[in-house]
Structure formats: C-alpha cells, structure tokens
Design a binder for this molecule. Sequence first.
Ligand code: PGA
Length: 241
Amino acid sequence: MHVYTLPMRKKLIAANWKMNQAPAGWQEKNSPYRPHSIIDIVVFPSFLDIWNCLQRGILIGGQCGRAEPGGAFTGDVSMKMLKEIGCTYVLCGHSERRQYHHETDEDIAKQATAAFEAGLIPVICIGENLTEREAGDEKDVVTQQMQTLSLDGEFIIAYEPVWAIGTGKNATAAQAQEMHALIRSLLPSHLQSTTRILYGGSVKADNCKEILEQADVDGGLVGGASLQSEAFRAIVETAVN
Ligand code: PGA
C-alpha cells in the first residue's frame, strides 16, 4: 500500500531589525538569533550589519533588494549582491517599502523573480491596510497581491496586515488563520502543502502562542519584539514548543 505523508513545514521565526542597531547581546554564544536545531531562525539586519552577523553563523536575509543585477541605482543593492555576500533570504514587498519607497505589486513580482534567479529565497510580504480591512476588502486585496506574483522557485509568504505592524494591535488567531488558509488556497496546487506562510504584525511573547498554533501559520516575522533578545528568545521558545 502506498502511504502518502505530507512534507513537514518547519517553523520559521524571523527577526526584522529594520533601520535599527543590532540588539544588545546578539553576538553572544547562546543568543536567540543563532540557528536552532528544531526551527529555522532568520535575521534581517541593516545592510551594514549583514557581514558581522554572517561571521557569527547567523542565517541572514536582506531587508530589500533591487531586481536589476547592477547599474546606476544610487543607494540600492541587487539580489545578486545579497546572494554574493552570503544572504539566504530577502524580504520583498514589506509594507514599509510599499509605503515609503512606493513599491508596487509589479515591482515586488520583479524582485521575487530576481531573487529566484539569484538563488535567494524571497519572503514575500502581503497584507491589507486598515481602510481595506474596515471596508471588508482584505481578501480581495491579498488575492490581488498574490495573483501578480509569478512563483517559480522556493519562496515564503508573510501575511502582514498593515494595521498590525508596529501598532501593538495584532490580528487575532482566528483572523490570521482565515487569511493564511485563503493565501494557501491561492498557491499553485503542487506547492500548497509545502509552502511556509508566516504571520507578522505586533507579534510578541504574550500573543504568539495562539497565532503560532493555527494550522496554516508556519512561523512569524517579528519587528519590534526582535530588538530585545529576551523577548525574541521567548517567541522562539514558544515556537519550539
Ligand atoms: P512589528 O513589525 O512586529 O513591529 O509589528 C513586523 C514587521 O514589520 O515585519
């Protein structure tokens, strides 16, 4: 008899340090930012800290990358450069890039394609803003964001409702699960059971348990709480258990 078992989706907890200094204690031997034996831990530091973090064996992603491999784009780095320095992942379409750098769904689709070509795993961020949530349009928004992507390689989706980012107001576990299940259903069918979908938006030690327990939540993208190593350690420990 043929027994079919679903491949396991290993939990992933990501620290997005944004434009902040590396948190105190990050370089210590038992720091929670270092690779873990049971779950994946990834850090997205500022570009200036990437090299130091890599030297300590931390698994790293770039916070953004440009689709073009090189050229006259002052202030930017390319996906190719991120790969060459030793990044494994790259964030594509974080809401702060969409807001402050006017990145569109089309730009983000191009970045994801460039990440695949460079051999990086894009962590593609999607999610509705407060006006869209209040109008009941969150599913349409996320569906539109998903449909622009051409998913041809290993990738991760991060569902980050914009109204929950940095506001202290997280989605409930039920809201997260509902959106994650929708996102999973929008993936190409052969990738539905294996693709990891992270939740992001005010993830903290005291609210992450219920969210991380949801069937379609495979980890978290943590901003503010990743800047204090003990708060981040508590989230990692919750994910492990
Ligand atoms: P937050 O940020 O945890 O501070 O809400 C999450 C993110 O921006 O990825």
